[in-house]
Design a protein around this ligand. Structure first.
Ligand code: UFG
Length: 335
């Protein structure tokens, strides 16, 4: 398959590009490098450009004859989306609309879209299946749900078939150690816990210890980035085989509290994680756990990695990145 990987220099997109290469497909990456990294694109062509660039997209899609598009490019921070919603509607909704229109013009009719558990808002139950009401509680979640609705309309009107993959907490790193999570600034729990264990941060702040959970901290469903990528491959194969559009939850179905993740980070790094108990972070639901039985039944998706493996791979990546960040010792001055 020849696949346009939009956002293929970012965290999940770069792992996907690597998997496509390893499975003998032909990925081409389009990324504006606003939050992605050129060196994360392993063994694939990189076109540097913005999704909102209509002429570029029309040209790329017309000239290359792609079988499908995988769309990973978006702004992803809930807090930032509350502070600067315009950026989120522009980057996540308006730019995606541009991509979809260009796909229709070019006759590319299959898309896998990176959606999010954020479309559900404050969950009424756990685990959550795909029929749970979509009631996002922040602009980030609303942008993902808007795109899902736009996709429904594009399918009905123009026959653009799609899979919306609703990630729970994407985490971990390439098991071979070549890629990993890299955000700037980093806001996610696992990399921050590992940095605190390694001494790069004085301590991890635990946001809220008074939630209605066994240890008072929030519960999340962490899913390995490599498992997410395998789900994308299964989804695109299913679409190209003629299956109708569908949304799938992607999670392990197991919930872990912040404190349990902190313990796992301590085990993986061999050092305790220093923590500070801090107030709740705005917009964090108490418990988010996936019911991913639809993806299991229809895609044949079985996540391979549990929390310990996720944190171990993330730890190996953090340690490698920390070594790269240490400046080389000045060489001896010759007289
Ligand atoms: N947390 C801390 N301290 C930190 C960072 C996080 O206690 O320094 C806690 C959070 O409060 C939360 C849990 O760890 O309870 C996980 O937080 P992350 O920031 O790692 O992940 P989120 O659950 O907030 O975010 C994930 C995705 C987002 C997506 C969101 C949807 O990473 O892109 O789920 O709900 F928007």
């Amino acid at each position: 398959m020849r696949i346009l990987v939009v956002g293929g220099a970012g965290y999940v997109g770069s792992h996907m590009t690597k998997l496509l290469r390893e499975t003998r497909h032909e990925p081409v990456v389009l990324d504006n490098l606003s939050s992605g990294f050129r060196e994360a694109v392993l063994g694939a062509e990189l076109i540097v450009g913005h999704l909102a660039d209509r002429m570029l997209l029309e040209r790329v899609l017309r000239e290359r004859r792609f079988d499908a598009v995988m769309h990973f490019a978006s702004s992803i921070q809930v807090g930032e989306s509350l502070a600067d919603p315009a950026r989120y509607y522009r980057n996540n909704v308006a730019a995606t609309l541009n991509l979809l229109e260009c796909m229709v013009h070019a006759g590319v009719s299959c898309l896998v879209f990176s959606s999010s558990a954020a479309v559900y808002g404050e969950p009424a139950r756990a685990p959550l299946d795909e029929d749970h009401p979509r009631a996002p509680v922040n602009p980030y979640g609303r942008t993902k749900w808007m795109v899902e609705q736009v996709l429904g309309d594009f399918d009905r009107a123009y026959g653009l078939r799609h899979c919306c993959l609703r990630y729970f907490n994407a985490a971990g790193a390439d098991p071979a150690g070549l890629l990993g999570e890299r955000h700037d600034p980093e806001t996610h729990l696992i990399p921050l816990a590992l940095r605190a264990a390694g001494g790069a941060l004085p301590a991890l702040q635990i946001f809220g210890t008074d939630y209605d959970t066994p240890d008072g901290t929030c519960i999340r469903d962490y899913v390995h980035v490599a498992d997410l990528c395998r789900a994308h491959l299964l989804a695109i194969e299913r679409l190209l085989g003629g299956a109708p559009s569908r949304a799938y939850n992607l999670g392990n179905g197991a919930g872990y509290s912040v404190r349990q993740v902190v313990e796992a980070a301590g085990r993986a790094s061999g050092r305790p994680v220093p923590v500070i108990e801090a107030p709740r972070r705005e917009g964090d639901p108490t418990r988010l756990v996936a019911d991913a039985s639809r993806a299991r039944a229809e895609l044949g998706w079985r996540p391979k990695y549990d929390l310990d493996a996720i944190v171990r791979h993330a730890c190996a990546w953090e340690q490698r990145s920390a070594r790269r960040r240490v400046p080389a010792a000045p060489s001896a001055v010759r007289s």
